[in-house]
Ligand binder design. Structure first.
Ligand code: ADP
Length: 632
């Protein structure tokens, strides 16, 4: 079959351009990426051979081989792993399957500094392409284990690649980089240098569980030296913590987490007894961009007795810990274990419980020992962790203990519920919170006025999940969690500002207006009443204690559920000049059509004040402009 030429998919082409032309500060990582692919291919073959004993593959000496040629200026990374079929090469190497690619390209353009761009490479799994950072031509020869025909792929990275079938390809894959001309000023980056290759492997790939051998250059006598194994192949999770350096842990994290940054925390667990396993878990330092997307791939790597079994094993951790990366190596599972079996296995459930507790207790220690690191953790992953408050009743207390929230009492620090309760005012019975889209919008919300005036702390909850967990949790140490935008808030009685008599007199004076307004605004509100929470604003909207808030309503709709529109309660500030004036006019005038407009405006102002948008913006503007004109 002749050589065929194909065009790269558009995204792939864009990526290649970036690889070729961008100046990355650390090009060495290309080798880590290729070795990582080779290691995955060996894992896959061993597993396939275990599962299917009819597979016609040689698994007697699985390894990775590196070979340099100074004269030809080539570097070859070879593995005798699973390999790829002709079609697979086209699919896997010619296109980019990752749906996040568009986002990747955007982020890459934004990340103008070398370090940022470099990190994105690993994060988005464009590993193979990174070869083009150092090579102006890449050739890949591969044969799928069990098949007889091989495939040769080749490209200069400039928009097209060629594919051709070959008969003499060994099992597995070899990637040959035709290196760019040597830079005489920078000998450090000569990738044909044995010294350089050794250094990179040691630094980035020492923990790879397959031997990485360096094939010696031919000597004077034409004989190649004995291949040398460069990596120690330590299964870090099976070793005790004092035998392993931080760097080694971090490199393992980068390999399995597809991340270039250091992890925030390394967590080790060795369970002994009837069901023995070792776990090495990492808390990343940054949340991935697709953490909240439905198809987010998560889960730990599962090994059974050092044999890699699967990636993304979700059964080992609850979904609210889906950002945790790591390895679990179990002694007593079958090598044939499938995802379905794992979901139901009793031992796996026990493991999940134990790992969950371990992660939560690590976060708790981090909170106690290193406030800054905890703050980073919570900023990145707090919103995910809070899902656990809803879904994992068993660990609710442990989660509440490590949760923290923005608060009116602190400008740029979060507070825990324990801290909040500790400084509650003596006469305060409830924990107050408000939900909304951003701190800025709720900080200035009218609901906050009375609380601010009285110096009562309010938690500012801005994650979508907040609406849900506060309902699910209900209380903390016997203190109710109460939204300041829901139900009646009776602060005055305690603040003793207005006597009972004054309030009754006021209620009487406003009774007519309130009833009339309720009728006028019937479509939008279910009640109009006087407020005790306002000091500056004329009006605000509140929900009944058990009503859905607008944010929750939107969330349910977004999830495709039918929810009836919940009408809310309009609260008026009886001490505000506008409200007073309206009440007087109501008492005096026969013709109330003008007043109807004012009532409508008042309602729209309350909507605006909480960051909402008037039902009919054009009409709102018209009414408003009309009023303003009359003030001139
Ligand atoms: P990633 O490794 O993040 O998936 P790459 O671009 O590095 O992205 O590789 C794309 C795919 O090509 C891999 O997922 C794998 O299926 C296949 N592949 C790459 N290198 C090899 C190899 N040495 N052996 C077998 N398959 C490979």
């Amino acid at each position: 079959m002749p050589t065929e030429t194909f065009e790269f998919q558009v995204e792939a082409r864009q990526l290649l351009q970036l690889m070729i032309h961008s100046v990355y500060s650390n090009k060495d990582v290309f080798l880590r990426e290729l070795v990582s692919n080779a290691s995955d291919a060996l894992d896959k073959l061993r597993l396939a051979a275990l599962r299917d004993d009819t597979l016609d593959a040689d698994v007697s000496d699985l390894h990775i081989e590196l070979e340099t040629d100074k004269d030809a200026r080539t570097l070859t990374v070879r593995d005798n792993g699973i390999g790829m079929s002709y079609d697979e090469v086209g699919q896997l190497i010619g296109t980019i399957a990752n749906s996040g690619t568009a986002e990747f390209l955007r982020e890459l353009k934004e990340a103008q500094d070398g370090a940022g761009a470099e990190g994105l490479i690993g994060q988005f799994g464009v590993g193979f392409y990174s070869g083009f950072m150092v090579a102006d031509e890449v050739t890949l020869v591969t044969r799928r284990a069990g098949e007889s025909q091989g495939t040769r792929w080749s490209s200069r990275g400039e928009g097209t690649y060629t594919l051709e079938k070959t008969d003499d390809a060994p099992q597995g894959t070899s990637v040959t980089l035709h290196l760019k001309p040597a830079d005489p000023d920078n000998q450090l980056h000569d990738y044909t240098s044995v010294w350089k290759i050794k250094e990179i492997v040691k630094r980035y790939s020492d923990f790879i569980t397959w031997p990485i051998r360096l094939v010696g250059e031919k000597g004077e006598d034409g004989e190649a030296a004995e291949p040398e194994t460069l990596n120690s192949m330590k299964a870090l999770w099976a070793r005790s913590r004092d035998e392993v350096s931080e760097e080694e842990y971090h490199e393992l994290y980068k390999h399995i987490g597809h991340d270039w940054r250091e992890p925030l925390e390394t967590i080790q667990l060795q369970a002994e007894g009837t069901f023995e396993y070792q776990a090495l878990l990492f808390l990343p330092s940054h949340a991935p961009h697709d953490l909240f997307q439905r198809d987010f791939r998560h889960g730990l790597q599962l090994y059974v007795k050092r044999v890699f079994i699967m990636d993304d094993c979700e059964a080992l951790l609850p979904s609210y810990l889906r950002f945790v990366k790591g390895v679990v190596d179990a002694q007593d599972l079958s090598l044939n274990v499938s995802r379905e079996i794992l979901q139901q296995d009793r031992h796996i459930r026990m493991m999940q419980r134990r790992l969950t507790k371990k992660v939560l207790s690590s976060v708790k220690s981090m909170m106690a020992d290193d406030a800054e690191r905890y703050a980073t953790f919570w900023r990145e992953f707090g919103a995910v962790l809070k899902e656990g408050l809803v879904t994992d009743a068993d660990n609710r207390d442990a989660l509440l203990a490590v949760a923290s929230f923005a608060s009116t009492a602190e400008e740029d620090k979060t507070v825990t519920l324990a801290q909040y309760v500790e400084r509650m005012r003596e006469d305060q019975e409830d924990i107050y919170y408000i939900t909304g889209e951003s701190r800025a919008s709720i900080d200035s919300s009218p609901h906050m006025e009375a609380f601010r005036e009285r110096g009562i702390e309010v938690l500012l909850l801005t994650d979508p999940v907040d609406e849900v967990w506060v309902d699910a949790v209900g209380e903390y140490e016997g203190k109710r969690l109460r939204s300041i935008a829901k139900g009646e808030i009776d602060l005055d009685a305690r603040a003793d500002e207005k006597s009972e008599d004054d309030r009754e007199a006021q209620a009487e004076a406003y009774a007519g207006l309130l009833g009339w307004m309720r009728e006028r605004l019937e479509e939008d509100v279910k009640e109009v009443r006087l407020s005790t929470r306002l000091t500056v604003s004329p009006a605000c909207l509140v929900a009944d204690a058990n009503d859905l808030t607008p944010a929750l309503e939107n969330m349910y709709r977004a999830m495709g559920q039918e929810v009836p529109r919940t009408k809310r309660i309009l609260e008026l500030n009886p001490d505000h000049a506008l409200v007073k004036g309206l009440n007087e006019a109501y008492g005096e005038r026969e013709d109330r059509s003008e007043l109807t407009d004012t009532a409508e405006l008042l309602y729209s102002l309350a909507v605006l004040a909480e960051g909402g948008r008037p039902k009919d913006p054009a009409r709102f503007v018209q009414l408003m402009a009309d009023r303003l004109e009359r003030t001139l």
